[in-house]
Structures are given as structure tokens and as C-alpha cells.
Design a protein around this ligand. Structure first.
Ligand SMILES: [Zn+2]
Length: 335
């Protein structure tokens, strides 16, 4: 869950645009927004930061507002992702109306800014697994978006709705209606949610398939690492859920990259959450905030943007054993 209490930026009013740009006008700011370039080749996405839904204001280094470039006519309106499809359960792939209404290709929300490819630094890891859990009492959603560290491209995703273990059915119904009813995805939640233990079994098949991990060897992920927005997901929530589900904390959850710490050390600015990062980087939010798969996609877009800006993603937190304390590896970090 990308915890943030800030409203998404509205780009409709010039006044709002200007006030949004104000933090960037200090000479020391490394967050200076770049003027978006119109691509030379049709079909190339303009920038990882651009949403399918909203125009992005652009500005020069002094914070003066310039007009956003015209959008290519080929750009289609944003569509919500089919959440049966993300669970491997869409049976309507031959239905034109369904395909018109829902997105079945997550990479459309994660276009790469190829013009910035030369700025990408060499990374120690090959892949990043952006994880953003939902559920305060028990985990309700386990979304993972996989990004290639060097090409910044979307590679694959893993998404499961999670059925709580220790809650009554009545409480679960209320909980799901309150949490997912407003997004219109409570039905798909009930149709597809499975217990956490089964989610982990399927997730282990997925990381084995991608050769990040071997069940018989155990240990940390090989050439890949989780990226989370904050330490809550892997420091607190997964161990808590493992206790409720009566399973040992799996070895691949022992280390991760907290994007807030990378952001702080790279841009020299504190971001309290995903929404702050996106506002400061002038990236419009795509999809519904607090729908796990959409938050994971938005965090992945921030990761793509930071890679394009030249950030190096490395492990920020580690625990020695399943029950051991977490050791934080960055001196300068968000507490
Ligand atoms: Zn579908």
C-alpha cells in the first residue's frame, strides 16, 4: 500500500501548474523537470512519465510554464486493467466489447523513455520486482510488476487477490465492499481471491520460472530485488501475515529496496509516499490510488523515471534471519 494522504495533482489550471512547479525553481534543485521531447519515430512513447490520460505540463529550469507538446493522435484513452486477466482467469479474450473496455497489456501503462536510455547507469541487479501490498488487517492483494533494470521495460507481472485466513466471512464481505467496492472490483476479488499460503506457492512458481530463485536452494533472489515504497510491506506486513497464516517467513523476503531511501539519496529530497514522488516528478497518477495493481504500476513508473534520470537501485534493508531485526544499509534514510 503506497501510503500517502495527498491528492493527485490537477493539471487543468495554469495557476495550479505554476504552484506545482514552484519547488523546482530553487537553483540547487536536481528535480528540474525536463522539457518533454516529441519523439522522432512514431510508435515510440514520449516518456515513461506520461500518462495515457492527462497532458503533462513542461517547464524550463526557471519554472516558467510552457505549453505541453501536442499529443500523438494514436494515443488511446486509458483503460482499467482486466483483473481477471492479471489472475490468469479472463475468459473473455474473444469478446470485442470486453477488450475495448479493459486493458490486457500492462506494458501500455509503462512505456519507456528511449531518449533517456544513455543516461541509465549500470545496475547491480538485472530485474526489479515492484511490490505494493494492500490490506491493513490481513493482506488482500499481492501485486508485483517486473521491470528490466537496464532497458527499463516492463517484463511481466504477478497479481493475486488474497483471501484472509483469520477473519469471519461476514467481516471479509464488509471489508472488501469498503475497500474495493468503490473501484468496482469487489466482484473480481470474491471470484479470484486465494489464501496467502497459496499465493506464495504460485509466486514461487513465478520466480522459479524467471530463474530468480530455486525452491531447493532457498536464499535471497538471484539478480533481482523487490522494490517497495517504504519498509512497511516487507518489514512489517509480510511477517505479520506469515504469523497469521502459520508459515515461516520465506527466504526471498529478507532484503529489499525502499524506493523512498533511493529517492532521498538521489534527488536529495524527502518523499513521504508515492503521491509526493509523482507530484514532485510531475507525473500524473494512472488508475486508482490504493488499488494495489495500479499503485504497483505507478511506483514502477517512478522507478522507470528514476532509472532514466540516472539513479542506481540497490538493497536498502536486510534481515539476517526469519525472526531477526532489519538492518538498514543507508545512513541517510526516511524514518
Ligand atoms: Zn479480460
Amino acid at each position: 500500500m503506497a501510503l500517502a494522504r495527498v491528492s493527485p495533482p490537477a493539471f487543468s489550471s495554469p495557476f495550479l501548474i505554476h504552484s506545482l512547479l514552484r519547488p523546482f525553481s530553487s537553483p540547487s534543485s536536481v528535480l528540474r523537470p525536463r522539457v518533454t521531447r516529441v519523439p522522432h519515430h512514431r510508435g515510440f512513447a514520449i516518456a515513461a512519465a506520461l500518462s495515457q490520460a492527462s497532458p503533462l505540463p513542461s517547464a524550463d529550469g526557471d519554472g516558467a510554464v510552457m505549453e505541453a507538446p501536442p499529443r500523438p493522435s494514436s494515443r488511446r484513452p486509458w483503460k482499467p486493467t482486466c483483473l481477471y486477466y492479471t489472475q490468469g482467469k479472463c475468459t473473455m479474450l474473444n469478446d470485442t466489447l470486453h477488450l475495448e473496455k479493459f486493458n490486457h497489456n500492462l506494458s501500455t501503462d509503462l512505456p519507456v523513455n528511449y531518449s533517456a536510455a544513455d543516461k541509465v547507469k549500470s545496475q547491480k541487479l538485472d530485474y526489479f520486482l515492484v511490490l505494493d501490498l494492500e490490506g491493513k488487517v490481513e493482506i488482500l492483494e499481492f501485486p508485483v510488476v517486473m521491470i528490466d533494470a537496464q532497458s527499463m521495460e516492463f517484463v511481466d507481472s504477478f497479481h493475486r487477490f488474497v483471501h484472509p485466513t483469520a477473519m469471519s466471512e461476514q467481516r471479509i464481505r464488509e471489508y472488501i465492499e469498503g475497500k474495493y467496492g468503490k473501484f468496482g472490483v469487489d466482484r473480481v476479488w470474491h471470484d479470484t481471491a486465494i489464501p496467502f499460503m497459496e499465493v506464495l506457492q504460485e509466486f514461487e512458481d513465478w520466480i522459479e520460472h524467471h530463474k530468480f530463485w530455486k525452491k531447493e536452494q532457498g536464499g535471497a533472489l538471484n539478480s533481482a530485488a523487490f522494490i517497495t515504497c517504504g519498509n512497511w510491506d516487507l518489514k512489517t506486513k509480510v511477517p505479520e501475515q506469515c504469523r497469521v497464516s502459520k508459515i515461516k517467513l520465506p527466504s526471498y523476503f529478507m532484503e529489499w529496496i525502499n524506493l523512498k531511501d533511493i529517492y532521498l539519496n538521489f534527488y536529495n529530497r524527502r518523499a513521504t509516499g508515492m503521491m509526493t514522488m509523482m507530484r514532485e516528478l510531475q507525473m500524473p497518477i494512472v488508475g486508482s490510488h490504493h488499488l494495489g495493481i495500479d499503485d504497483a504500476k505507478n511506483i514502477a513508473r517512478v522507478v522507470q523515471r528514476m532509472l532514466a534520470d540516472g539513479a542506481v537501485m540497490q538493497i536498502t534493508a536486510k534481515r539476517q534471519s526469519a525472526t531477526g531485526d532489519v538492518k538498514f544499509l543507508f545512513k541517510n534514510r526516511i524514518r
